[in-house]
Design a protein around this ligand. Structure first.
Ligand SMILES: C[S@@+](CC[C@H](N)C(=O)[O-])C[C@H]1O[C@@H](n2cnc3c(N)ncnc32)[C@H](O)[C@@H]1O
Length: 213
């Protein structure tokens, strides 16, 4: 199991029926069962070939009827889930899966690889409250993680751009990411035409307050 998956699993609440949508290797569901964080796991992937990896990893749980493997596009053929994880996909793909679901779980854990702002807007407009929304650094990359529960919420423009927990806690990883973004903007501004350079510099200036203590 990777450090990224371990971080994600540590944020998933204890639950009855856990579903991993687009599970691929199945590490998250395996770890949920191993840690006793769920009673039953549904491993699911649109690709039968990918799902086979998870089925092999979880074979003892499948035999013990503690897990089931289902080939499915998003939530299409899945039973009722109390908690679902969708990790390692693009934000637009995640939104499309959520849009097409006939029933959504009480708890949703999302780890979009891009377009996190769009995901933030979509989930809040579609009946979820943001419990945590933060970035973590792992294996040379930054990952956004959102933990959501059904309920009402509103996000400010700043929360949509940066993530609620990042703004509240200003973690070392968040500051590192913003610091790198500032450096990049200033670097590109040096070789850009005047108007673009000004825009890049003013964005860098705007970001500075997020790295201050
Ligand atoms: C990059 S892998 C991520 C695997 C794992 N969730 C992780 O975070 O490491 C993306 C997986 O999502 C699956 N996938 C893509 N679109 C899907 C969909 N609409 N429904 C179910 N699975 C999907 C792919 O087949 C692939 O196995």
């Amino acid at each position: 199991m990777t450090e990224r998956i371990s971080r994600i699993v540590s944020e998933i609440p204890e639950t009855k029926v856990f579903g991993d949508i687009g599970c691929d290797h199945g590490y998250a569901a395996y770890e949920m069962l191993k840690r006793g964080k769920c009673e039953y796991a549904v491993i699911s992937d649109v690709s039968a070939k990918c799902l086979k990896k998870a089925e092999d990893l979880l074979s003892s749980y499948v035999k013990a009827k503690k897990a089931v493997a289902i080939v499915s596009d998003g939530f299409d053929f899945l039973p009722h889930l109390d908690t679902a994880l969708i990790a390692g996909m693009g934000g637009e793909e995640i939104i499309s899966i959520l849009k097409n679901a006939k029933e959504l779980p009480e708890n949703l854990i999302l780890q979009p690889m891009k377009n996190v702002e769009k995901v933030r807007v979509f989930v809040v407009e579609n009946g979820y409250r943001v419990e945590k929304d933060y970035v973590f650094y792992c294996g040379n990359k930054y990952y956004n993680l959102l933990t959501l529960k059904k309920g009402e919420d509103r996000l400010s423009e700043e929360e949509i751009e940066f993530g609620r927990t990042n703004l509240k806690e200003k973690s070392a990883d968040f500051k590192k990411m913003i610091g790198e973004e500032i450096k990049k903007l200033l670097f590109f501004s040096e070789n850009s035409p005047e108007k673009v350079a000004q825009e890049l510099k003013s964005k860098a200036e705007r970001l500075k307050k997020y790295v201050e203590d």
